[in-house]
Design a protein around this ligand. Sequence first.
Ligand code: ADP
Length: 227
Amino acid sequence: MISFQNVTKKFSSNILALEDINLDINKGEFVFLVGPSGAGKSTLLRLLAREYLPTSGKILIDNIDVTKLKPQDLPNYRKKIGFVFQDFKLLDDRTVFENVSLALQVRQLPDLEIEKEVERTLKLFEIWNRRNLFPRQLSGGEAQRTAIARAIIGKPEVLLADEPTGDLDPQTAWSVLSLLGEINSWGTTIIMATHNKEIVDVQKRRVISIKDGKITKDKSEGKYEFH
Ligand code: ADP
């Protein structure tokens, strides 16, 4: 479903973020991306979200070459993709309910439909009783559950997560991971960049290791290792 074919990304003549990446990820997989800081993990996720174009190579999703999309195709393409970050990136001046409903408002759905869907999702993620709070009033776990709700409410095919547990204590990190596992069980493909060795080692999922812009390991039931 997702295919990187000889993908290279240079940010300048001397910054080679990814070099000749070849990678296939099937629909419904849950994949960890591991590697030291600066290895190229975020760049790989951002190429998939089409925030960047590769310097060379092809990126296919459902046989669409992402690198060939025209500006007018991007909004539709991005509906396939949800993105979650370490620092949540919630809008500070909007409540939990508003942050999540904005993701559906851009799709111009009827208000009643949006409200129902947001209520259903916030209840499922156990943040319904936080719906009128602003991001600064939330715990880290509640903020991340809100950010994940916002990312998945439009039913993307792929959820990209860049260090989603990076700022959370171990117990909260585990609760976020179990939420991601549940989302994956609905059929959503998940690609998660992480430094959380404990989580990666216990989960027994596919682990792709990246170092200096290259894939150094790719194992099913892999461990947190990149040498
Ligand atoms: P990771 O997510 O594994 O920490 P990144 O993908 O963020 O690594 O970075 C890979 C390399 O690309 C690093 O050398 C980083 O400094 C560089 N890089 C990432 N984004 C940019 C950018 N927007 N402009 C210039 N260099 C960048």
